[in-house]
Design a protein around this ligand. Structure first.
Ligand code: ZN
Length: 169
């Protein structure tokens, strides 16, 4: 499947179409800010469906590895994308009404006759990522920024003072 796939999202959902493909992480430019590097590829599947009320939906599945950047040590953080999202597709310009107010309901997107699949996948990946990805406590690489000795010793002296147990009363 071409990475540059374009679908008519409403028609796709109504017709129960299916699409599978692979996107290179490097092609998802909006992920750049959170990535350590752009290695890897994400597999996606897209299914047209109708819900119990016969409303057209898109089911989106995305999986694959990402190399995120740890917000604490700036090192590589392995992250597995694993998304299963359902999107209700409403005709463009249609009143959204109760669909969008239902907190239990699926996310809503407007039908787009030329929806770029890669952009949709990128949106879903961005939404699924942790706000501040970090290694678990104690698992960061010990690559702290180099501190100049004079400044460093002062900082560490202050830290040591903070950590010193209080004198017993
Ligand atoms: Zn870390």
């Amino acid at each position: 499947m071409s990475a540059a796939a374009v679908i008519d999202s409403l028609e796709f959902a109504r017709a129960g179409d299916e699409l599978r493909g692979t996107l290179s992480v490097a092609s998802l430019k909006r992920l750049d800010d959170v990535l350590f590097d752009t290695q890897g590829r994400l597999d996606y599947e897209l299914y047209g469906r109708r819900d119990a009320r016969n409303r057209p939906q898109l089911e989106v599945r995305v999986s694959g590895p990402l190399h995120l950047q740890c917000q604490r040590c700036l090192g590589l953080l392995d992250y597995a994308v694993d998304i299963e999202a359902t999107l209700l597709v409403v005709p463009r310009g249609a009143p959204l009404g109760d669909e969008i107010d239902d907190p239990e309901g699926p996310d809503v997107i407007e039908g787009d006759p030329e929806l770029e699949v890669a952009a949709l996948i990128e949106d879903e990946v961005l939404l699924s990522l942790p706000l501040a990805p970090r290694h678990p406590e104690g698992f960061c690489a010990s690559r702290l920024p180099q501190i100049q000795p004079a400044e460093g010793s002062k900082v560490f002296a202050e830290l040591a003072a903070l950590k010193r147990p209080r004198d017993p009363r």
